[in-house]
Design a protein around this ligand. Structure first.
Ligand SMILES: *Cc1c(COP(=O)(O)O)cnc(C)c1O
Length: 397
């Protein structure tokens, strides 16, 4: 099935038999046991990581509403299975716990989302992280006790692209986790290029409306079983209401990502021409791994932290806020906010400068977005771009 079809129908396969059109929201915390023998069987199966059993038994073991959105993401990513968690960070934590029980060494390509960087750097989970810059660095850093290789592409917040297949080859059999939050399954499917674990902060494009916090990992059946075991033991559950909202958002995922991407393309081009903008960071899709540049871009304004702060304070339509992938446009300051806890030396080397702003483009009219951005940048820096208007014809509708 095509991506649009999967987005609309995936995870809804049981609705016909249930005789309903919309997925039911099951809020039960426990399920009645009428047959002890069968309940024990279910408990053993779910405890071993099974996706389903005769009885859900208890909500920490299984929830049918959550299960549907897991099936949907697996279909969109082209993986055997997927497992849902209470946030992207809970999902990453579960991957580390599942992959690094014996092999406690992790190789990670910087930059990563600041929270992921912090989780790896702070030592909370007992892992030791070797930071590298590219696939060659991965090859040099992998050891006999390396349990996981972690990367993001496009990267948060510098939008760098990493060749997933090259990393998988360099990892020499060590599982590779790709954070696919920025591209979404609409633009990139890391499992096709050798990733074992595909992580999403579903808080972003998958949820898409700024009202859900969730994490999902698309993966093989074997990894999914291990992740479910971690989820049962640690209780890092996705609440069924959040799963319901997330599943409700998926039918429009392809349309949202493509429409936002068209606006982002226009804004990236206009920012390039603005005299106060010293750098624009926006992916260049190769058409093989990455099928489109996406809806997130970063740009650097002349004047450092003061100018960046003034842009954030000066926008009126755009919301100054962390997070991304929502229907409305958000702007934030990575060095001060999302990447605040990243080692200052690393931040500098990675180009996460004081003047850098990250823009997550939503679905507003591109003319309105540009007018707002232009007035904010011009007022903040005292440098204007007279009379340039968006090439509105690029955006249909
Ligand atoms: C937001 C984000 C995360 C963390 O996800 P939460 O849902 O906030 O826990 C991880 N990776 C990337 C790329 C993100 O943008």
């Amino acid at each position: 099935m095509g991506t649009h079809t999967e987005a609309v129908h995936a995870g809804r396969g049981d609705l016909r038999a249930l005789g309903v059109h919309a997925p039911p929201l099951d809020l039960s915390s426990t399920y009645p046991i009428h047959d002890l023998e069968q309940a024990v069987e279910s408990l053993d199966a779910l405890g071993a990581g099974a996706a389903e059993a005769g009885s859900p038994l208890y909500a920490r073991l299984h929830n049918p509403t959550v299960r549907r959105v897991e099936r949907a993401l697996a279909a969109l990513e082209g993986t055997e299975d997927a497992v849902a968690f209470g946030s992207g960070m809970a999902a990453l934590t579960a991957c580390l716990l599942a992959a690094c029980r014996e092999r406690r060494h992790v190789v990670a390509i910087r930059p990563l989302y600041g929270g992921s960087d912090h989780l790896l750097a702070c030592g909370l989970l007992g892992v030791e992280t070797a930071w590298v810059a590219d696939p060659v660095g991965v090859g040099d850093a992998v050891r006999a006790d390396t349990g996981l290789v972690i990367l993001e592409t496009p990267q948060n917040p510098t939008l760098g692209q990493i060749d997933i297949a090259a990393v998988a080859a360099a990892a020499r059999g060590v599982p590779v986790l790709v954070d696919n939050t920025f591209a979404s399954p609409v633009l990139q499917n890391p499992a096709r290029h050798g990733a074992s674990l595909v992580l999403h902060s579903a808080t972003k494009f998958l949820g898409g409306h700024g009202d859900v916090v969730a994490g999902l990992v698309a993966t093989t059946a074997g990894w999914a079983a291990s992740l479910r075991q971690v989820r049962i033991v640690t209780g890092a559950l996705l609440h069924p209401v959040a799963a319901y909202l997330l599943h409700r958002s998926l039918p429009t995922l392809t349309l949202r990502v493509r429409e936002a991407q068209e606006r982002a393309r226009v804004l990236a081009g206009l920012l390039e021409e603005h005299p106060a903008v010293t750098r624009v960071l926006y992916p260049r899709p190769d058409g093989v791994q990455l099928r489109g540049p996406g809806a997130v871009l970063s740009f650097e304004v002349a004047g450092g932290i003061e100018a960046a702060a003034a842009v954030m304070a000066g926008v009126r339509l755009i919301t100054p806020a962390v997070s991304l992938g929502a229907v409305d446009t958000l702007i934030q300051h990575p060095a001060g906010l999302t990447h605040r806890l990243v080692d200052p030396m690393a931040k500098e080397a990675l180009g996460i400068t004081d003047g850098l702003l990250r823009l997550s483009v939503g679905l507003e009219d591109v003319d309105d977005l540009w007018a707002d951005l232009e007035q904010a940048v011009t007022a903040a820096t005292g440098m204007g771009l007279k009379g340039r208007r968006p090439r509105a014809a690029v955006v249909a509708g």
